[in-house]
Design a protein around this ligand. Structure first.
Ligand SMILES: [Zn+2]
Length: 177
Protein backbone atom coordinates (compact mmCIF):
# COMPACT_ATOMS: atom_id res chain seq x y z
CA UNK A 1 0.00 0.00 0.00
CA UNK A 2 1.48 3.29 -1.05
CA UNK A 3 0.58 6.69 -2.34
CA UNK A 4 2.76 7.34 -5.37
CA UNK A 5 3.44 10.88 -6.58
CA UNK A 6 1.12 12.00 -9.38
CA UNK A 7 2.88 12.41 -12.72
CA UNK A 8 2.26 15.97 -13.92
CA UNK A 9 2.14 16.99 -17.58
CA UNK A 10 4.35 17.46 -19.66
CA UNK A 11 6.13 14.48 -18.08
CA UNK A 12 6.79 12.08 -21.02
CA UNK A 13 5.56 9.10 -18.98
CA UNK A 14 2.00 10.29 -19.68
CA UNK A 15 2.58 9.66 -23.41
CA UNK A 16 4.29 6.28 -23.20
CA UNK A 17 2.60 3.37 -24.99
CA UNK A 18 0.78 1.14 -22.49
CA UNK A 19 0.99 -2.64 -22.25
CA UNK A 20 -1.87 -5.12 -21.81
CA UNK A 21 -2.19 -7.07 -18.55
CA UNK A 22 -2.38 -10.82 -19.17
CA UNK A 23 -2.73 -12.28 -15.68
CA UNK A 24 -3.86 -10.83 -12.39
CA UNK A 25 -0.89 -11.53 -10.14
CA UNK A 26 0.48 -9.90 -6.97
CA UNK A 27 2.18 -7.08 -8.87
CA UNK A 28 -1.11 -6.25 -10.66
CA UNK A 29 -2.97 -6.26 -7.36
CA UNK A 30 -0.27 -4.02 -5.87
CA UNK A 31 -0.64 -1.58 -8.77
CA UNK A 32 -4.40 -1.50 -8.13
CA UNK A 33 -3.91 -0.78 -4.42
CA UNK A 34 -1.35 1.96 -5.13
CA UNK A 35 -3.71 3.52 -7.67
CA UNK A 36 -6.54 3.51 -5.10
CA UNK A 37 -4.33 5.06 -2.41
CA UNK A 38 -3.02 7.68 -4.82
CA UNK A 39 -6.50 8.56 -6.15
CA UNK A 40 -7.96 8.95 -2.65
CA UNK A 41 -4.97 11.05 -1.56
CA UNK A 42 -5.78 13.47 -4.39
CA UNK A 43 -9.58 13.26 -4.09
CA UNK A 44 -9.85 12.09 -7.69
CA UNK A 45 -12.86 10.47 -9.36
CA UNK A 46 -10.63 8.18 -11.34
CA UNK A 47 -6.97 7.55 -12.02
CA UNK A 48 -4.97 5.73 -14.67
CA UNK A 49 -1.72 3.79 -14.16
CA UNK A 50 0.47 6.17 -16.27
CA UNK A 51 -0.47 8.91 -13.79
CA UNK A 52 1.56 7.12 -11.15
CA UNK A 53 4.32 6.22 -13.61
CA UNK A 54 3.21 2.70 -14.54
CA UNK A 55 2.59 1.84 -18.19
CA UNK A 56 0.23 -1.09 -17.69
CA UNK A 57 -3.33 -0.83 -19.04
CA UNK A 58 -5.28 -0.18 -15.87
CA UNK A 59 -7.48 2.56 -14.55
CA UNK A 60 -9.83 2.85 -11.61
CA UNK A 61 -13.09 4.68 -10.97
CA UNK A 62 -14.29 5.94 -7.61
CA UNK A 63 -17.07 3.60 -6.34
CA UNK A 64 -19.89 6.12 -5.81
CA UNK A 65 -19.51 7.50 -9.32
CA UNK A 66 -19.66 3.91 -10.62
CA UNK A 67 -23.00 3.38 -8.82
CA UNK A 68 -21.59 1.41 -5.87
CA UNK A 69 -21.56 2.20 -2.16
CA UNK A 70 -19.05 4.75 -0.91
CA UNK A 71 -17.38 2.04 1.17
CA UNK A 72 -16.95 -0.33 -1.80
CA UNK A 73 -13.50 -0.56 -3.39
CA UNK A 74 -12.93 1.44 -6.60
CA UNK A 75 -13.75 -0.36 -9.86
CA UNK A 76 -10.61 -1.74 -11.53
CA UNK A 77 -10.64 -1.76 -15.34
CA UNK A 78 -7.81 -3.53 -17.18
CA UNK A 79 -7.28 -3.66 -20.95
CA UNK A 80 -10.40 -1.51 -21.45
CA UNK A 81 -12.07 -1.15 -24.81
CA UNK A 82 -14.78 1.39 -25.58
CA UNK A 83 -17.36 -0.68 -27.48
CA UNK A 84 -20.25 1.81 -27.71
CA UNK A 85 -20.71 5.56 -27.56
CA UNK A 86 -23.92 7.56 -27.92
CA UNK A 87 -24.45 10.13 -30.66
CA UNK A 88 -25.77 12.43 -27.95
CA UNK A 89 -22.93 14.56 -26.61
CA UNK A 90 -22.23 16.46 -23.41
CA UNK A 91 -20.06 19.53 -23.12
CA UNK A 92 -18.60 20.55 -19.79
CA UNK A 93 -15.39 21.35 -18.01
CA UNK A 94 -13.04 18.51 -17.25
CA UNK A 95 -10.15 18.30 -14.81
CA UNK A 96 -7.28 15.85 -14.45
CA UNK A 97 -4.94 15.02 -11.57
CA UNK A 98 -2.02 15.40 -14.00
CA UNK A 99 -3.12 19.02 -14.68
CA UNK A 100 -3.64 20.51 -11.21
CA UNK A 101 -6.17 23.37 -11.16
CA UNK A 102 -6.67 23.31 -14.92
CA UNK A 103 -10.19 22.88 -16.32
CA UNK A 104 -10.92 22.46 -19.99
CA UNK A 105 -14.21 22.24 -21.82
CA UNK A 106 -14.37 18.84 -23.52
CA UNK A 107 -17.14 17.40 -25.64
CA UNK A 108 -17.80 13.74 -24.88
CA UNK A 109 -20.53 11.20 -25.65
CA UNK A 110 -23.34 11.27 -23.07
CA UNK A 111 -23.24 7.48 -22.75
CA UNK A 112 -20.67 4.79 -23.36
CA UNK A 113 -20.06 1.11 -22.80
CA UNK A 114 -16.63 -0.25 -21.92
CA UNK A 115 -15.46 -3.87 -21.97
CA UNK A 116 -12.61 -4.69 -19.61
CA UNK A 117 -10.89 -7.34 -17.54
CA UNK A 118 -11.65 -7.14 -13.83
CA UNK A 119 -9.53 -8.15 -10.84
CA UNK A 120 -11.16 -11.61 -11.10
CA UNK A 121 -9.45 -12.03 -14.48
CA UNK A 122 -12.84 -12.20 -16.22
CA UNK A 123 -14.32 -10.00 -18.94
CA UNK A 124 -16.91 -7.45 -17.82
CA UNK A 125 -18.87 -4.59 -19.32
CA UNK A 126 -19.79 -1.34 -17.67
CA UNK A 127 -22.13 1.43 -18.82
CA UNK A 128 -21.55 5.08 -18.10
CA UNK A 129 -23.87 8.04 -18.37
CA UNK A 130 -23.16 11.75 -17.93
CA UNK A 131 -20.20 12.19 -15.52
CA UNK A 132 -19.51 8.43 -15.42
CA UNK A 133 -19.33 8.34 -19.23
CA UNK A 134 -16.96 11.32 -19.12
CA UNK A 135 -14.80 9.65 -16.48
CA UNK A 136 -14.57 6.30 -18.32
CA UNK A 137 -13.61 8.01 -21.58
CA UNK A 138 -11.13 10.36 -19.89
CA UNK A 139 -9.34 7.53 -18.07
CA UNK A 140 -9.40 5.37 -21.19
CA UNK A 141 -7.72 8.25 -23.07
CA UNK A 142 -4.83 8.10 -20.57
CA UNK A 143 -4.09 4.53 -21.68
CA UNK A 144 -3.80 5.65 -25.30
CA UNK A 145 -1.59 8.63 -24.40
CA UNK A 146 -4.34 11.16 -25.04
CA UNK A 147 -4.51 14.05 -22.60
CA UNK A 148 -6.63 17.10 -21.78
CA UNK A 149 -4.26 19.41 -23.67
CA UNK A 150 -5.03 17.53 -26.87
CA UNK A 151 -8.47 19.14 -26.79
CA UNK A 152 -7.11 22.72 -26.94
CA UNK A 153 -5.19 24.76 -29.48
CA UNK A 154 -1.42 25.45 -29.34
CA UNK A 155 -1.77 28.87 -27.69
CA UNK A 156 -3.84 27.57 -24.78
CA UNK A 157 -1.51 24.58 -24.49
CA UNK A 158 1.44 26.96 -24.08
CA UNK A 159 -0.41 28.88 -21.36
CA UNK A 160 -1.15 25.67 -19.47
CA UNK A 161 2.49 24.60 -19.75
CA UNK A 162 3.64 27.89 -18.23
CA UNK A 163 1.10 27.69 -15.43
CA UNK A 164 2.13 24.14 -14.49
CA UNK A 165 5.81 25.09 -14.69
CA UNK A 166 5.19 27.89 -12.18
CA UNK A 167 3.52 25.38 -9.83
CA UNK A 168 6.53 23.07 -10.21
CA UNK A 169 9.02 25.92 -9.55
CA UNK A 170 7.10 27.01 -6.46
CA UNK A 171 7.18 23.47 -5.12
CA UNK A 172 10.92 23.21 -5.80
CA UNK A 173 11.51 26.51 -3.96
CA UNK A 174 9.53 25.23 -1.01
CA UNK A 175 11.52 22.01 -0.93
CA UNK A 176 14.81 23.92 -1.13
CA UNK A 177 13.90 26.58 1.41
ZN1 LIG B 1 -6.69 12.49 -16.19
Amino acid sequence: MAVRPTVIWPDPRLREPTVAITTVDDSVRELYRDLCDSMYAENGLGMAAPQIGDSRKMFIVEPKLAGLAETDPPVCLMNPEVIETSDEQQDSEEGCLSFPDIYIKVKRPMRCKVRYMGLDGQAHEIDGEALMSRCLLHENDHLTGKLLVDFVGPLKRQMIKKKLQRVKDAEADEAAG
